[in-house]
Each structure stands twice: as C-alpha cells, then as structure tokens.
Design a protein around this ligand. Structure first.
Ligand SMILES: [Fe+2]
Length: 225
C-alpha cells in the first residue's frame, strides 16, 4: 500500500458535518484511485472508481447546493457553475477511460483531481462557510447521507443478475404524459435486467448529456498525455 499524501485535515473543515463528511469521502476515493493506478492498474477497477467518484461528486454537489439554496447563499449560481464544470470534466474522463484509455494520463488526472478538490474547498466552499456554519445543518451527519458501496471489480453479467435478486428493490411512482407510459415501462424493464444498458440510460439522462470521443477529448485536454 502506498503512503497517501493526499489527506483530508481540519483545515478543510467548512463547518457543516455532512459536507465535511462528503469531502472526506471524495479524498478517500481519489486516494483509492491513486492506489489502484499505482498498484494494480486494472482497467475495470480504475473505471469503477472513476464512476464512483462521478456519482459521489454529483450526489455531494446536489446536497451542497440544496443547503446553500436554503440559506439563500448569494453566490449560488456561480458556485453551481464550478460544480458543473468539474462534473463535465469527470464525465469526459470516464468516457475517455472507457473508449480510448491509452490517451489518459493517470499522473495528470490525479494531479488535476487533487488540485481541483483542495482549491475548491479552500477557496470556493469557504465562501459559504461563515453563512451556514453552526446553522440548522451544522451538526447533522447521517440522516441524509447515503454512503455508496465500496468500489469493486464489476461483476460478470450472471453475477450482476444474482446480485440484483438479492438487493433491495424500490417501487417508484412518477406522473408522466400518457403517451410516454410505454417508454417509461421499457426504461424500467431495462433497469431491472440489463446492466450495460442501464449505464447507457444513465449517460443519456445525465444532466451533462452524452458526448462523443472527439468532444470528450476536447473537454479533458488537461488530463491527456
Ligand atoms: Fe462546492
């Protein structure tokens, strides 16, 4: 195991426990990514960690923006743009890793992630810290946190189906225009049985939108070889 130099410390505290918890999880995920890149270099594991980083960052940004909007944080729109810029880049990185991994520089990727996160917390997140520190969200920790499962090698198709049988299922009710009911049903069936197409649906419905190889490479120049 490598010595993790990229460590969360109290200087990164924004004063809201749930957000500090999220930031620590992001540090931990980037460290896992470093370790996977340095030690195993297994494409599946690295891809799974990039996906995990993308999901957790998205979840965290939504949580943070929700809290900031409740507090009427005046620079929320600008802050949201910073989040969106990062998500676009991580999305492009995931795309490149999947489709043309030889173009990705792991060294540059790690340097970018570490610098972006520390700069964002120390400079941009700290701007809201005084506004919400100690407020209603100050000490809340577990009630709205849904920890993601640890990264793992993606299971085979058969194992994925087995796993889904054992996992929790949730019924969702949504109101949609009548003429779209059959589309929703097809999407629901896909989510139930097809891991690969679920990923495609996720891309398609992602707020950042799907990109092609050329667009992804252009968006992620900073982390290419
Ligand atoms: Fe932020």
């Amino acid at each position: 195991m490598t010595d993790n130099k990229f460590k969360w410390s109290s200087k990164y505290t924004v004063g809201v426990k749930i957000l500090d918890y999220d930031h620590q999880e992001l540090f931990a995920t980037i460290n896992e990514l470093r370790q996977a890149m340095e030690e195993s270099n297994e494409t599946n594991v690295i891809g799974s960690l990039i996906s995990r980083l993308q999901k957790y960052a998205m979840e965290h940004f939504q949580r943070e923006e929700h809290i900031l909007s409740e507090y009427g944080f005046s620079s929320l729109a600008a802050h949201r743009r910073k989040h969106l810029g990062f998500m676009r880049l991580v999305y492009a990185i995931r795309h490149i890793h999947k489709n043309c991994p030889e173009k990705l520089s792991y060294k540059k990727l790690l340097r970018f992630l570490e610098r972006w996160l520390t700069h964002h917390i120390m400079v941009e997140d700290m701007q809201y810290s005084d506004t919400i520190r100690g407020g209603a969200y100050g000490n809340r920790t577990t009630d709205i946190i849904k920890p993601l499962s640890p990264a793992e090698t993606p299971p085979s198709k058969k194992n994925a189906r087995e796993k889904r049988k054992q996992s929790d299922w949730t019924a969702v009710t949504v109101h949609v225009p009548a003429h779209t009911v059959d589309i929703i049903e097809r999407c629901a069936r896909t989510l139930q049985i097809d891991e690969a197409k679920t990923e495609l649906l996720d891309d398609l419905t992602n707020p950042i939108g799907a990109v092609n190889n050329a667009e992804a490479l252009d968006m992620a120049k900073i982390v290419l070889k």
